[in-house]
Write a protein that binds this ligand. Structure first.
Ligand code: SF4
Length: 251
């Protein structure tokens, strides 16, 4: 991968779903080995070694970035050690949005667990329909499985990213920019909204195949809709944030 092809910080505002990413060759932290590795089979020591290696790689990237910008890395590290980080006290409506995202994560985790059998049975029915030559059965099954994967992938990320957005907004260290829309908080809010939109579409797809789950799915959609409305109010400029690569790349 040549330096020229890399897009700086593209990985900060992505969904970390590398196997679906069309920017892997522009991403400094993409590692093809991660895609082949089955972490479910790795032992704890191997996993920790891998995490340590990733942390060291990230620190090395940050150091290079500091050097390139004429900053003294050792001084930055020394300053950071002296700063006593405290969780900012959040306004009630900011706490509320984090709580909503946490509630959505929990309710989806429970739904996926409780309905695992029905989910599997639905895919089996689709597969049998496809074998019988029923029109669009295979396509429907792919869309259904894709939608479930989307729900599963984003239900935790929504909470993680909304926390980061709110924390950025309340953090004294958040850099002030001339263009307010380009704050890190707005970037995190923007990707949170993208995760919410994708999750809403996915739930709508799943509801077509699991009609008995309509009420529960409506609960999930209502939670996402509430969350989206609150994020919109707290981060009115989020949509204008320009994500490196995803919003700037011209092939
Ligand atoms: S930018 Fe793409 S390749 Fe890089 S970490 Fe994000 S999803 Fe993975």
């Amino acid at each position: 991968m040549s330096k020229k092809e890399l897009i700086p910080e593209i990985y900060v505002y992505c969904d970390r779903w590398c196997e679906h990413c069309s920017f892997t060759k522009h991403c400094e932290i993409f590692d093809p080995a991660d895609q082949e590795k089955d972490w479910g089979e790795a032992d704890a020591e191997e996993f920790i070694q891998e995490l340590t290696a990733k942390f060291e790689k990230t620190m090395s990237l940050l150091k290079n970035e500091a050097d390139a910008n004429g900053m003294n890395w050792n001084q930055l590290v020394a300053d950071a050690k002296e700063v006593e980080l405290e969780d900012p006290i959040l306004p009630a409506h900011h706490e509320e949005v984090i709580a909503l995202a946490g509630a959505y994560r929990r309710q989806v985790t429970v739904w996926l667990t409780v309905n695992a059998k029905e989910i599997e049975e639905t895919t089996v029915i689709h597969a049998q329909n496809a074998e019988m030559g029923i029109e669009n059965a295979q396509e429907k099954n792919i869309q259904y499985i894709d939608a479930l994967e989307v729900i599963q992938w984003y239900h935790c990320l929504i909470e993680a990213k909304v926390r980061r957005a709110i924390s950025g907004l309340n953090n004294d260290f958040e850099e002030t920019q001339d263009d307010k829309s380009q704050s890190h908080a707005n970037g995190c809010a923007k990707i949170t909204m993208l995760f919410i939109q994708k999750s809403i579409q996915a739930w709508e797809q799943v509801s077509k195949e699991m009609t008995g789950q309509e009420d529960k799915i409506l609960d999930h959609l209502a939670a996402l809709s509430r969350l989206s409305g609150k994020i919109q109010k707290i981060f009115p400029l989020h949509a204008a944030f320009i994500r490196p690569g995803f919003d700037t790349f011209i092939p």
